[in-house]
Design a protein around this ligand. Structure first.
Ligand SMILES: [Zn+2]
Length: 352
């Protein structure tokens, strides 16, 4: 997960200009109640949008169960600084060897700032397109990045192992992005490559899935985002409002999985820069539906980007449950051929 810098500033500037314009309107007509921020009035409960539940459409397909020992083996193998080229090369070797063991043929996408690794398994229905599941493998300097983002890499590897040989309607593509921490370079390169994206129906990004806190007040929120709980024991799913069925695939409670805070974000996150800090954002900007699954990073985890982001800082039951939720949602999306674009509500339907 990135720190807010760079283009975040531009977004803040735009937000300030919008706020100032609104304030000036208020001055000229003081009786007018100012419009609330669209983010504050968001309805996180997608059921009220009357959108079909994707998971319900795949009766008969049961999501496979994650193997906790394998997940911890991945995190243990990866946790260690992955900042310099030689360090990132070691991580690539591990990812490639795990993909090959699971029967995949990994490919490399080289670009100026690094190298992405990806692999593809076609679906049974060529018209149904593919789902991309991805995570970044680099770290900031001086942090072992157990949570950020060895947990996300382990989750994508586990999906490659569990769903690599299953026959599903949609194809499955997995990707491991480089140079996220220095500017989302890997995912920007991937998202801008038509041969790798033109058949995609949805993108699922895992960035930090392994930290939880269980005391009141340990969870904080960016300005403009409604609070879900004051404890940090939930998984956040952040999606674009143009593709609500994609976001909805990650809802639902299952034994052993954490509650999910589903946050539909309008205007590709322009009003909330904190919702754009990971590899899903470049896909949003290429007009693709994308969901970020995260433990909310620095809004919960005191080890964020610190030397203490180590394996023993993780909350293992939370991590395993979060990956299971990701597997459940991915299984549903692969089995379905339904559109993942938000349907237009019929004009006669009440707004709420
Ligand atoms: Zn990070």
């Amino acid at each position: 997960m990135q720190k807010i810098i760079g283009f975040g500033f531009l977004v803040v500037l735009v937000a300030v200009l919008v706020a100032v314009a609104g304030w000036q309107r208020g001055i000229s007509s003081p009786m007018v109640t100012p419009e609330p921020s669209p983010l504050v009035t968001l309805e996180p409960d997608l059921k009220k949008h009357n959108i079909p539940v994707v998971a319900a459409q795949i009766e008969g397909i049961e999501a496979p169960r994650v193997e906790p020992m394998r997940l911890m083996a991945d995190v243990a193998a990866l946790a260690g600084e992955r900042y310099e080229e030689e360090e990132r090369q070691l991580a690539r070797k591990y990812i490639i060897s795990q993909l090959r063991s699971a029967g995949w043929e990994p490919q490399q996408q080289e670009f100026e700032e690094g190298m992405n690794i990806y692999a593809d398994r076609p679906g049974a229905d060529p018209q149904a397109g593919a789902i991309l599941v991805g995570a970044h493998y680099d770290t900031v300097a001086l942090s072992p990045g157990a949570d950020d983002n060895a947990t996300g890499v382990a989750a994508v590897l586990e999906i490659a192992r569990l769903l690599g040989k299953q026959e599903t309607a949609r194809g499955l593509r997995v990707a491991f992005f480089d140079s996220e921490e220095v500017g989302l370079f890997g995912s920007m390169e991937f998202a801008a490559t038509p041969e790798l994206t033109q058949d995609l129906r949805g993108v699922i990004i895992a960035d930090m899935l392994g930290y939880a806190c269980h005391t009141a007040g340990c969870q904080s929120y960016p300005v403009g985002i409604p609070a879900f709980s004051d404890k940090g024991d939930f998984l956040a799913a952040i999606g674009d409002t143009e593709h609500l069925p994609l976001l909805q695939a990650f809802q639902g409670e299952f034994p052993g999985t954490p509650p999910v805070f589903s946050l539909p974000v309008p205007f590709k996150g322009m009003l909330a820069p904190d919702t754009m800090r990971s590899d899903h954002a470049p896909f949003w900007y290429q007009n693709m539906g994308a969901v970020l699954l995260t433990d909310t990073a620095n809004f919960r985890n005191p080890h964020y980007h610190e030397p203490t982001d180590i394996t023993t800082s993780l909350d293992r039951p939370f991590f395993f449950g979060a990956v299971q939720l990701m597997v459940n949602g991915t299984t549903a999306l692969l089995g379905s051929t339904e559109s993942l674009v938000t349907p237009e509500l019929p004009p006669t339907m009440p707004v709420n």
